[in-house]
Design a protein around this ligand. Structure first.
Ligand code: ZN
Length: 212
């Protein structure tokens, strides 16, 4: 099996798991993997992550042209923006999972980091979570905002929409996404009670012992 075929199978398997665990619903959300030649495999438009087929996954050039498979997700353009800005990124996970989307709909005092650092795993896997402003679906201006934020962040939250998370591998991106969704869940579970987030010193120590 070629590396491309393996990656196609992996997207199908991981999409199915995310769908079963209700992190993806309907035809929302998309996954991508960057291949060695710089092209990407991305889930097709109007496809459900629960019912993907390997041969139908779209392969798209860095410029966004379809190479093989079905037409790509209408959100593929911001996956390409992540890859352009982050040479280390090998995969991108973008879902509309409930708790993270809820965070994206709240008013925030600042937009540099909109989820308090509650646990060490959140700090290690997700890091800061900047909020990008709202863009109409398909608005290409979103690509520039994602590109800029991706230079310094592997996770970001699109306002009234959902997170975009990248990793060296699809597994790493998926684990980071799941950690983010759990942190968002904790945030709402804590609610109005006074939380005790990690201190700047604790975060610096984690980043020293577990550099990315
Ligand atoms: Zn979306």
């Amino acid at each position: 099996m070629t590396a491309e075929q393996k990656s196609r199978e992996k997207i199908v398997r991981i999409g199915g798991q995310l769908y079963q665990r209700q992190l993806a619903h309907g035809s929302a959300g998309n996954l991508s993997i960057r291949l060695e030649d710089g092209s990407i495999l991305v889930t097709p438009t109007n496809s459900s992550l629960g019912f993907l087929e390997p041969a139908r996954i779209s392969r798209v050039s860095p410029a966004g042209e379809l190479i093989s498979g079905d037409p790509p997700s209408k959100e593929a353009f911001f996956h390409l923006a992540v890859y352009e800005a982050r040479p280390s990124a090998g995969a991108v996970v973008h879902l509309h999972s409930t708790y993270s989307v809820a965070i994206s709909c709240l008013c925030h005092e600042q937009d540099e980091d909109v989820l308090p650092p509650l646990t060490a795993y959140q700090v290690m896997r997700v890091g800061k979570l900047p909020l990008l402003k709202y863009f109409r679906p398909g608005d290409r201006a979103l690509a520039e905002a994602v590109r800029q934020s991706s230079r310094t962040n592997s996770a970001m939250l699109l306002a009234n929409h959902g997170p975009v998370v990248s990793g060296k591998t699809i597994e790493e991106a998926m684990y980071a996404y799941e950690e983010l969704e759990e942190a968002a869940k904790l945030f709402f579970l804590i609610g109005e009670r006074k939380a005790n987030p990690l201190t700047a010193q604790a975060i610096a120590e984690i980043n020293k012992f577990f550099p990315n």
